[in-house]
Design a protein around this ligand. Structure first.
Ligand code: ADP
Ligand code: ZN
Length: 210
């Protein structure tokens, strides 16, 4: 299965990507996670990406397209993959076409803005492995510590309220038009993101059956 997950920031893309990755036994390529890892490691890419991300802006298309094409050409992507965070605009989607990367399904997870803001402002993330948690809805077993790897949990730089607003505006302007782009190809599948993570997973699996 070659899958794109398309959803607003905070709609639970990353969480569902993790679940689907296990379910279908295919890797998740999360562009946000790749960028954050580069920032943490202080690479050249990280230095470029940091100022865009912390401003709530997109990293330039050429940079992102390069990263994704390289990653998808690796061996573990042969039997399928989940793209989490790419494409984020029409130009990036067209780049996939140009590179002859075929996509089977595009999943969108729908969540109201109000809920998105509440989720993002309570989000915590492991700096070490990228797992994500929430102060109320997805608490780690030990407060402030990652269940996965024991790393420290912190709020993301771009999850500040004023930046969340910019990220949402950018999403509606640039990313949401991709729904029509893929609906026109007949591969768009829609799931409603419920209160509960497991409810959303059920809705997602159901949407992907069709
Ligand atoms: P979210 O979907 O919650 O905003 P991500 O972790 O997917 O978070 O991405 C975080 C940030 O990384 C984005 O706000 C953007 O600045 C940058 N980014 C990630 N993927 C892309 C992409 N495909 N194109 C441009 N910028 C990207
Ligand atoms: Zn961790």
């Amino acid at each position: 299965m070659k899958l794109i997950i398309l959803a607003a920031p905070g709609a639970g893309k990353g969480t569902q990507a993790e679940v689907l990755s296990k379910h279908f036994d295919i890797p998740t390529i999360s562009t946000g996670a790749i960028l954050r890892k580069n920032i943490a490691d202080g690479t050249t890419l990280g230095k470029i990406a940091e100022k865009y991300i912390n401003d709530g802006k997109f990293v330039p298309d050429e940079v992102m397209i390069d990263i994704v094409k390289k990653r998808l050409s690796e061996d573990d992507c042969k039997n399928g993959f989940i793209l989490d965070g790419f494409p984020r605009n029409i130009a990036q989607a067209e780049a996939l076409d140009k590179a002859d990367i075929e996509i089977d399904k595009v999943l969108t997870i729908e969540v109201e803005d109000e809920k998105i803001i509440e989720r993002l402002s309570g989000r915590l993330e492991c700096k070490k492995c990228g797992s994500s948690y929430h102060k109320e809805h997805k608490k780690p077993q030990v407060s402030g510590v990652c269940d996965n790897c024991g790393g420290a949990l912190t709020a993301r730089e771009d999850d500040k309220p004023e930046i969340i607003k910019d990220r949402l505006a950018t999403y509606y302007k640039q990313t949401e038009p991709l729904k029509k782009f893929y609906a026109d190809r007949g591969i768009l599948k829609t799931a409603i993101g419920q209160e509960d993570i497991s409810d959303t997973t059920a809705a997602v699996l159901k949407a992907l059956e069709g």
